[in-house]
Design a protein around this ligand. Sequence first.
Ligand SMILES: [Zn+2]
Length: 437
Amino acid sequence: MKQRKTYVKSIDAVFGKRDAAAEIRDLIEINWVEWRGERLALGPALGDVVGLSIERESISWALLGPRGPIASATVDVPLFPLDGEPASAETLRQIVAAALRDAGDAVAPGPLAGVGVAWPGPIDLDGNPYPVDWTGFDFGPAPGVDLRELILAAIDEAGLKVQDAGGDRGPAATLVNEADADLLYEARLGVGSGIGDLLGVKIGGGISLSLIHGGQLVRGHAGRAGGVEHIKVRYEDFALPDKWANVRELDELDVCSCNGSNCIARFATGKRIIDQLRDYDDVGATYNERGRKIEAEFQKDVVSAVFGRAGRLVGQALLGPVLAFDPERIVVSAFPRSSNLLQGIRTSLTDGTRVHLIPEDIVFAGRFRERTAAGAGWLVVEQTVIPRMEGAVTGTAKLRRFELPHFLRSQVPADEHVVSGFAALQSTNGDRDLIVD
Ligand SMILES: [Zn+2]
């Protein structure tokens, strides 16, 4: 049942007040927000938003409220393990469905506004992952398996419904590259909030960059911006002293997936940092388990030496992108992580270079574990939920940022489009209605 007129009247009254305290009360009245325990959630007129992050050895979910995540969890499960067989399409669907069922316990009754899914590989401009054989990655759904279809089936299997799935309000599941999701979270809700030009570095199973320029994610000509794995570095300059006998030297590491021997991905992904530390070669443990053990023992000299070296190599690889892009801040998210890694990047990028950053401009991402899932969900808030709110207001053709409710105003850039080139955006139009049951 459409109740557009009623809403429009109340919404216009709300925006006329410009008073944050009164605003929440009024927004609760029109069902745009609601209190769930002590957390402010999206109300039944908008629907909940769930973010998922499919990672190699874990899966995370986050439930988004108007001020950020209000519930979240992570489960360790080998999906595309770094040293094992990738999960079959059926197993992947079951694991995604289990995570969504878990999230489903936290969501309100009624259909979701959308699901955002972070994926550890490049996403094309139609919102689909590039095929495995094309990217050279050693993981991903088997050839012929459509990841979006698989996720929609999992949503169904979990007993969740999404408003207008497949309709003209955008896809029910929005896929986004994990590094982009990570940086969007930091830009809106984390250590990059309020900064228009950010560069993100994500170090994990691989290494990739993300860019936010003028508040918008930059995805490049075909959605592949930030694929920096094959930037060459002068690794010969980074030999460690002989006393570190239990460290695998850089030229002992397997060559890059492209067969290159100088690519940054050969030396400084989270996996390759772990590989260098012979003391943590426990074959019975997953990379996640070994990484956590290494993080816990970050003060050991050999561990800090390897992290520091990886950081200096990453800094060398980033010099070109940083000089070309001129970010105001660099946000590093890494697993495993250590202050020596950050220190290495800072030294390498700012010591004797022409980079206009001071070391303190290069920071670690927050420690919130479900950051990537929350970033994927937040993309749906910006692409689907906010346009619906804008569309519900009469008078002006388009709500500008400064007319948004107070709780969203500070988190959303002034520009209309959050991500250029996303299919979901192209399908939006000016005359959306709010539909409530
Ligand atoms: Zn390479």
